[in-house]
Design a protein around this ligand. Structure first.
Ligand SMILES: *Cc1c(COP(=O)(O)O)cnc(C)c1O
Length: 360
């Protein structure tokens, strides 16, 4: 089999070792005589998978007893609504930062449920920059301050975080577990798995005691964070296989050296690509403010859309897949999450230099 270098923004490349383990374990899970895909969730093997996934997450992030973990279906998109329903009902207020396409969706759903205050808006700068975190503060009485730690489409990433009165809530979908974070500032973190830690179909939610206590208790069962936490993500039939894949990816990450390794590897991968952009005499242009360039999604433009089309087609033919920018913004986007080997990035860098030589 010829395995492509997959630069897709999500679902994205997974570690080959993880795919091979899943393949080996697929038909007969650890001698159970059946596949995990066929097994009741009320059984020791499935509960074991859930426990191991949560335990790995707790070790990686250093979560203590005041943090709760839930594996929820519905993607990060569902969290836009679930978050608002739990914390913004009954006229309550939430602060949001508007950093791009994903923040915009979170804000729109927030507004349908409660009062929303946009404390920083990147619209005038086309979402190419972020505020100095020290300049961001929360409103009086606000339940949380929401931010999108990495804008997957725009390629803009918070490098450090506000220290404001209200707890931070973060959509970390596209840079979750790519670096250490100051956990004590966050009340709730959510991340759809398919960007950095697994396949689509499960979202990790981490929240504190305080946030749990502030949830709207009158919500229907599935919408309430409390129900998921109390039932240890088995409120209903959970996406078992997705949680299993997350477990394998987290254990893979841990074996590599955890978040310190991830941060260093992300710096190396993104450094190679930004180096090629910077050294291209303007042939490749990254529109993002240098201070906030993403280590996960490297976006850039070529001198014309025609050249961009050719770039994507020739890259594809060279085994470099998924480089087309998001349809809403165009251009090129190389997504280089935890599972992207440095060799993949080096192959892309080589292709970029060659392409420029031929077309510059
Ligand atoms: C992909 C993405 C989402 C949406 O994820 P789904 O799981 O498809 O709902 C939300 N936020 C960010 C930052 C993303 O990258």
């Amino acid at each position: 089999m010829r395995r492509l270098h997959n630069f897709s923004a999500g679902p994205c490349t997974l570690p080959l070792e993880v795919l091979e383990t899943a393949q080996r374990e697929l038909v007969d899970y650890h001698g159970a005589g059946m596949s995990l895909l066929e097994m009741s969730h009320r059984t020791p093997p499935v509960e074991g998978v859930r426990d191991a996934a949560e335990a790995a997450l707790r070790r990686l992030l250093g979560l203590g007893e005041h943090h709760h973990v839930a594996f929820v279906a519905g993607g990060a998109t569902f969290q836009f609504a679930m978050l608002a329903m739990n914390f913004l009902t009954n006229g309550r207020l939430g602060d949001y930062t508007h950093s791009g396409a994903w923040a915009k969706k979170a804000i729109a759903d927030g507004r349908k449920i409660g009062r929303v205050n946009v404390v920083w808006d990147g619209t005038p700068d086309d979402y190419m920059t972020l505020p100095d975190p020290a300049s961001v503060s929360s409103s009086a009485g606000s339940q949380f301050l929401h931010l999108t730690s990495n804008e997957t489409i725009g390629g803009v990433q918070w490098k450090s975080f506000p220290a404001c009165e209200a707890p931070l809530v973060a959509d970390m979908s596209s840079d979750f577990l790519s670096r250490p974070v100051p956990l004590e500032r966050f009340g709730l973190i959510y991340a759809g798995a398919q960007k950095n830690i697994g396949p689509a179909g499960v979202t990790v939610v981490i929240l504190t005691d305080d946030m749990l206590a502030a949830c709207d208790g009158d919500l229907p069962g599935y919408l309430n964070y409390g129900g998921h936490v109390q039932n240890r993500s088995m409120l209903n039939t959970p996406p078992v296989f997705q949680i299993y894949m997350v477990k394998l990816v987290l254990e893979w990450l841990e074996a590599r050296g955890g978040l310190a390794w991830a941060e260093q590897a992300a710096a190396e991968r993104s450094g190679i690509l930004y180096g090629v952009l910077g050294g291209s005499d303007g042939f490749y242009r990254c529109p993002v403010d240098e201070r906030y360039r993403s280590t996960m999604n490297v976006v850039f433009r070529l001198p014309s859309e025609e050249l961009e089309k050719r770039f994507v087609a020739e890259a594809e033919a060279a085994g470099l897949s998924g480089l087309k920018g998001h349809r809403s913004v165009g251009g090129i986007r190389a997504s280089i999450y935890n599972a992207m080997p440095v060799a993949g990035v080096e192959a892309l860098a080589g292709f970029m230099s060659d392409f420029r030589d031929r077309n510059g």
